[in-house]
Design a protein around this ligand. Structure first.
Ligand code: TRP
Length: 390
């Protein structure tokens, strides 16, 4: 690919947004990943892994050197996969003293569907899930990105920094576009640029992500770098913080996802949770062993119990042994219900007070707007569009 204005950084390998397959990576794919056309390249993934390890080591030393930006699409209620994969990590970072910003990515909802759905209710429900999981609105700003005009305005100069061909090569966009079975809209094609605005408007320098989001973080880095090269240094290059949490499968053995309807919702009650786990797919083998490639659905239940109880899945398997799937399922249901009991009670209380949830959003929006306005001022000054200042 041609990159017109890139300065190589000592720590970065050559440009790595390309369409290789991740063939030398350990195969952590699930059935759900069969839709993925390509993943990030080996080099991108390896670099992100190494950087993540370095950053994890540095975080406790200097937490306020980092500004975490992360986000969710308000397309439905959060589930156990979110809790294990992202929510608990955000809470951990916040509690380590890192400023955290959470974007409710409402514009991303209409990338692959025609109707936005009940956004207002969904935004409130997200706030309830976040706070119930332990995010503290004093320390963590939560806002819908549609509500911050300066953020959206950054999209225009950013669009000038990337080519249409580059956007077409984004493997995550390709996969999402295919899965949506709709013609590729211009918003679908450009949402990763908008996501760069989410991150850069708040001067985010650390973005906790799973592997599928790596191409977007690479793009945000490229945009920051090209902007700086053209107009003078305004942005730092954000880093991905790769999660070490397991990918949680749904009760049907495919990746747990809202669209697939195989989830265990954070808002489900204990009986629903127990029934869902009881119906979860397992295999015909009596003896329980932890063998993710050969026995993905059994390994998934073990990994869930492991993640929630801080224990090794293989040890849990040993303990169950010939107890079989019924013992494993009973244990999983119990551990999930116990782990989520406090969260679920807080969630119910929070949902009963929508006025408070709106206040949290309003306050987060005010903080994000202040940061984004300041960033936009600097962008205006750098690009010579600061007509009315000074
Ligand atoms: N695209 C992300 C997802 O689907 C959500 C998101 C929106 C995001 N804006 C962000 C993630 C900014 C990190 C940073 O999961």
């Amino acid at each position: 690919m041609t990159i017109p204005t890139v300065t190589a950084r000592a720590t970065a390998p050559p440009e790595t947004i390309s369409t290789g397959t991740a063939s030398r990576l350990p195969d952590t794919r699930t059935a759900a990943d069969t839709l993925v056309v390509d993943g990030p390249t080996d080099a991108t993934f390896r670099r992100a892994r190494q950087m993540s390890e370095r950053i994890e080591a540095d975080l406790p030393v200097d937490p306020t050197a980092y500004r975490v930006v992360t986000g969710d699409r308000p397309t439905g209620d959060l589930h156990l996969g979110h809790y294990i994969g992202t929510l608990s990590n955000r809470v951990r970072l916040q509690n380590a003293g890192v400023p955290v910003t959470v974007v409710i990515a409402d514009y991303q909802v209409i990338t692959d569907r025609e109707r936005p759905g009940p956004l207002r209710d969904r935004a409130r429900a997200l706030v309830a899930d976040y706070l119930a999981a332990g995010l503290d609105p004093q320390r963590t700003a939560i806002f819908p990105h549609s509500a911050v005009p300066a953020l959206n305005q950054l999209l225009l100069p950013f669009l000038s920094l990337v080519s249409v061909a580059e956007l077409h090569r984004n493997p995550t966009v390709k996969a999402e576009s295919l899965a949506s079975r709709r013609t590729l809209s211009a918003l679908m094609l450009t949402y990763p640029v908008h996501q760069a605005a989410d991150i850069l408007c708040c001067r985010g320098n650390l973005v906790p992500v799973g592997k599928d989001q790596l191409p977007h973080i690479e793009l945000a880095r490229v945009i920051a770098r090209r902007f700086n090269d053209r107009y003078g240094t305004v942005f730092g290059e954000p880093e991905a913080l790769l999660s070490s949490a397991p990918v949680v499968l749904g009760v049907d053995g495919a990746k747990m996802s809202k669209t697939r309807g195989n989830t265990i919702l954070l808002g489900a009650d204990e009986d629903q949770t127990t029934a869902a786990i009881r119906s979860a797919r397992t295999d015909g083998l009596r003896r329980i062993t932890f063998d993710p490639p050969a026995r993905p659905s059994v390994a998934n239940l073990l990994a869930i119990v492991g993640a929630l109880s801080g224990r090794e899945p293989a040890r849990i398997a040993d303990e169950i042994g010939d107890g079989g799937a019924s013992v494993l399922k009973a244990l999983a249901a119990e551990v999930i219900n116990e782990s989520l009991r406090g969260l679920r009670a807080r969630r119910r209380e929070l949902l009963a007070d929508p006025g408070y949830l709106d206040e949290v959003l309003l306050d987060g929006t005010a903080r994000a707007s202040a940061a984004a306005a300041e960033t936009l001022e600097r962008v205006r000054a750098a690009t010579g569009m600061d007509y009315f200042s000074g």
